[in-house]
Design a protein around this ligand. Structure first.
Ligand code: PLP
Length: 464
C-alpha cells in the first residue's frame, strides 16, 4: 500500500516525501527542500498556526501578508458555502455579470477615497497581485494608445520592489534574482533606486532630505528616457517583500509633484498595504498621493480564497470606456462570484470589528511603542513600524551601523530561532519583517514582542 491509499493519517515524513516527489513549490530550492523536508502546516485558528508535529506558532506574517482578520472565521466559510450552492461560478465575459462581483465593485469604489480630482468608480478583477499588475501594463498601454501617444511605453519601477511573478509582474519588480532567470525585465520597463534611508542616506543627511533626493531619481530617469516616452511609475506605498522599506515622509509628495509635472500615470501597488494593514482601506490615503491605478489582492479576502484586482481611477477608466471599444483582456476568474462573496464578508468583519480604527488607534500605537523598544537590542540597527507592518535591520555593530555579510546569513539564523520557538517571522537578507493579523490584542502584542526578543537573544548568542 502506498502513502496515498493508506487509510490512516500520513506521517510527517510520508507527507514530506510525497511533497518533494510531486510538488514544485514557488521560490524554492528543490534539492534543498528534498533534504530538509517541508514544514507541514495542518491547521490554524486566530493568530496561530500548527504544524504536523503539533508545534504551535504565532503567525506574525498573516500567512503571506493576507490573513488580516485572522484564521478560523466561520463567516467567511459560510459566505463561500452559500455562494457555491447558489452560483459557484459564472464568467463575466460576453456581457454577463453576477451579483457578488457587482456588489463588491460598488463597495470597493465607495471605500476608495477620492483624492483631488481622482475618484475610483471602477474595478478590474483578477485572481492575484501578479495578474493585476499584468492588467495594469495592458491598461496603461491601451490608455496612451487611445490618447494618440503610443510612444509612451516605458514604465518606471524601483530596485528591490516586488510586483509579482508573472512575466510583467517580475519585470516590474526589481528583484535581481528574478531578473537573472528568464531574460527579464521584458522591454520598456526600467528601474530606479529604492528609498532606503538606512542604507543609502549620506552622512549628515536627514531622512527628509534623503526622501526628496530619492524621489528625484524618478525625475532623472524620466529625463534620461525622454518624458514623452514614459507611460507610468509603479511603486508600493511601503516596500513589503523587499524588506519593509518605509519611505521618508517627504518621498511621496515629491513623487506626486514629479508625476504631475510630466503627466505620467501613477500606479500604487497596494497588494500588501491595502485593507487595513496601514489603518486605511487603501494606503494612498495615508500618504496623501493621487494614484491613477491601485493594485490589490491578498487581504481583500484575508487570503481565504484568491482574488485580486485594480481600482481604476477615473482618468484611465473614462478613456477606456469612452474611446476604447472592446478591451481585449481578462481572466476566466475575473469577478469570481465565490471570491467576491468572501471579500464582501471579509469587509463586513473589518467594519464590524472596527479593525481599521484599531490599527490607526490603540492597537497600532501600542504595536509601534512596543516594537520601538526593540531598538535597544544590541543586534538591532533600526526597528520601524507603520500601521501593523514592521521591519528591522540586524547589524554587527550598532554604533557604526556595520552590516553582516551575506555569508553570515544572520536573517536565516534569526528566522530559525523564531520557528523553533513558536514564531513566524520572515527574513529578507539581514532584515526581519512582520505583518501580523489586524485582530491582535494588546496582550497578543506583548507575547509577539517576547517571542521576537527571545529570537534576537538566541541569534546574538549564536553569533558570539
Ligand atoms: N505586488 C505586491 C506589492 C506584492 O507584495 C505581491 C505579493 O507578495 C504581489 C504584487 C504579487 O501578488 P501574487 O503573489 O498574489 O501574485
Amino acid at each position: 500500500m502506498n502513502a496515498l491509499t493508506k487509510p490512516e493519517n500520513l506521517s510527517t515524513r510520508e507527507i514530506q516525501d510525497l511533497d518533494s516527489a510531486h510538488f514544485l513549490h514557488p521560490f524554492t530550492d528543490y534539492k534543498d527542500l528534498a533534504t530538509r523536508g517541508a514544514r507541514v502546516i495542518t491547521k490554524a485558528d486566530g493568530i496561530y498556526v500548527w504544524d504536523s508535529e503539533g508545534s504551535k506558532m504565532l503567525d506574525a506574517m498573516s500567512g503571506l501578508w493576507c490573513v488580516n482578520v485572522g484564521y478560523g472565521r466561520k463567516e467567511l466559510a459560510d459566505a463561500a458555502y452559500q455562494q457555491m450552492m447558489t452560483l459557484p461560478f459564472y464568467n463575466s465575459f460576453f456581457q454577463t455579470t453576477n451579483v457578488p462581483a457587482v456588489k463588491l465593485a460598488a463597495r470597493l469604489s465607495a471605500l476608495a477615497p477620492k483624492v483631488g480630482d481622482r475618484s475610483f468608480d471602477h474595478v478590474f478583477y483578477s485572481s492575484s497581485g501578479s495578474e493585476s499588475n499584468d492588467s495594469n501594463v495592458r491598461m496603461v498601454r491601451r490608455y496612451w494608445d487611445l490618447l494618440g501617444q503610443p510612444q509612451r511605453k516605458v514604465i518606471i519601477s524601483r530596485q528591490n520592489a516586488y510586483h509579482g511573478s508573472t512575466m510583467a509582474g517580475a519585470s516590474l519588480g526589481g528583484m535581481s534574482g528574478m531578473h537573472a532567470q528568464g531574460d527579464l525585465p521584458i522591454p520598456n520597463i526600467t528601474h530606479i533606486e529604492q528609498p532606503y534611508f538606512f542604507e543609502n542616506g549620506l552622512p549628515g543627511e536627514t531622512s527628509d532630505e534623503f526622501g526628496i533626493r530619492a524621489a528625484r531619481w524618478l525625475e532623472e530617469k524620466i529625463l534620461a528616457v525622454g518624458p514623452d516616452k514614459v507611460a507610468a511609475f509603479i511603486a508600493e506605498p511601503i516596500q513589503g517583500a523587499g524588506g519593509v522599506i518605509i519611505p521618508p515622509a517627504t518621498y511621496w509628495p515629491e513623487i506626486q509633484r514629479i508625476v504631475d509635472k510630466y503627466g505620467i500615470l501613477l500606479i500604487s501597488d497596494e497588494v500588501i498595504c491595502a485593507f487595513g494593514r496601514l489603518g486605511h482601506w487603501f494606503a494612498y490615503e495615508k500618504f496623501g498621493y493621487k494614484p491613477d491605478l491601485v493594485t490589490f489582492a491578498k487581504a481583500v479576502t484575508s487570503g481565504y480564497i484568491p482574488l485580486g484586482g485594480v481600482m481604476v481611477g477615473n482618468r484611465v477608466a473614462q478613456v477606456l470606456i469612452d474611446k476604447g471599444g472592446e478591451f481585449n483582456h481578462g481572466y476566466t476568474y475575473s469577478g469570481h462570484p465565490v471570491a467576491c462573496a468572501v471579500a464582501l464578508a471579509n469587509i463586513d468583519i473589518m467594519e464590524q470589528e472596527l479593525l481599521l480604527d484599531k490599527v490607526r488607534g490603540e492597537v497600532g500605537a501600542y504595536f509601534a511603542k512596543r516594537y520601538a523598544e526593540l531598538n535597544e537590542h544590541p543586534l538591532v540597527g533600526l526597528a520601524e513600524t507603520s500601521g501593523l507592518v514592521a521591519g528591522m535591520v540586524l547589524v554587527k555593530n550598532k554604533a557604526t551601523k556595520e552590516r553582516f555579510s551575506s555569508e553570515d546569513a544572520v536573517g536565516m539564523l534569526c528566522r530559525a530561532h523564531c520557528f523553533n520557538n513558536g514564531l513566524i517571522m520572515r527574513a529578507v537578507g539581514d532584515r526581519m519583517i512582520i505583518a501580523p493579523p489586524l485582530t491582535m490584542t494588546l496582550s497578543d502584542i506583548d507575547e509577539l514582542m517576547r517571542l521576537i526578543r527571545q529570537a534576537l537573544d538566541f541569534t546574538l548568542r549564536d553569533l558570539k
